[in-house]
Design a protein around this ligand. Structure first.
Ligand code: HEC
Length: 156
């Protein structure tokens, strides 16, 4: 089923089937859809694969300013594999788990890249990150530590 959905007849990536399947697996176990697919954290598998990883305009606001999950399909479509490898290994803004990508092997990152290329470009680029203090023109989560809402009863 997946093959039928992901590999329409005549698709040029047919020879990459192994890598593409591995990339799909890595994306699933890495929880990447939770942020990079709009609505996925709420609806999970109900979001069809063809609509996944298109980035989000729902920002994450914190001391770093505001970050937006990149449209990974556009990024892969516009980037060579070598360039993508270094973009994936850089450090950027939270809450992207950069250390998870840095811990991946080149082969794993290549498999993810090939999966993203197989999905093909879709959607629009996510908004650019905002510096701290800038007005925020999109919906956003606020990552600010809060004090406890109950009084501790344990001994101190
Ligand atoms: C908790 C939310 C979250 C999760 C989970 C997450 N990301 Fe991200 N990701 C982001 C945000 C936000 C950015 C933009 C960061 C910035 O602006 O520096 C980003 C950026 C990226 C980039 C940089 C894209 C580019 O072209 O510059 C890559 C690649 C990426 N994510 C891949 C992944 C992969 C693969 C996974 C799963 C292993 C993953 N992300 C999981 C939030 C997330």
């Amino acid at each position: 089923m997946l093959c039928a959905a992901l590999f329409p007849a005549g698709a040029s990536f047919a020879t990459d089937t192994g890598d593409v399947a591995r990339g799909r697996y890595l994306i699933a176990i890495g929880g990447c859809n939770d942020c990079h697919t709009p609505g996925y954290a709420q609806q999970g598998e109900k979001i069809p694969e063809a609509a996944r990883l298109t980035g989000a305009g729902l920002g994450f606001s914190g001391p770093w300013g505001v970050s937006y999950p990149t449209n990974l399909r556009l990024a892969a479509a516009q980037t060579s594999e070598d360039e993508w490898q270094s973009r994936a290994r850089r450090n950027g803004l939270p809450p992207m788990p950069w250390s998870a990508l840095q811990a991946m092997s080149r082969d794993d990152l290549a498999a993810i890249y090939r999966y993203l290329r197989a999905l093909g470009p879709a959607g629009e680029a996510a908004p650019a990150a905002l510096a701290p203090g800038q007005a925020i023109p999109t919906p956003h989560f606020v990552f600010v530590p809060q004090p406890p809402t109950t009084t501790k009863t344990s001994s101190r």
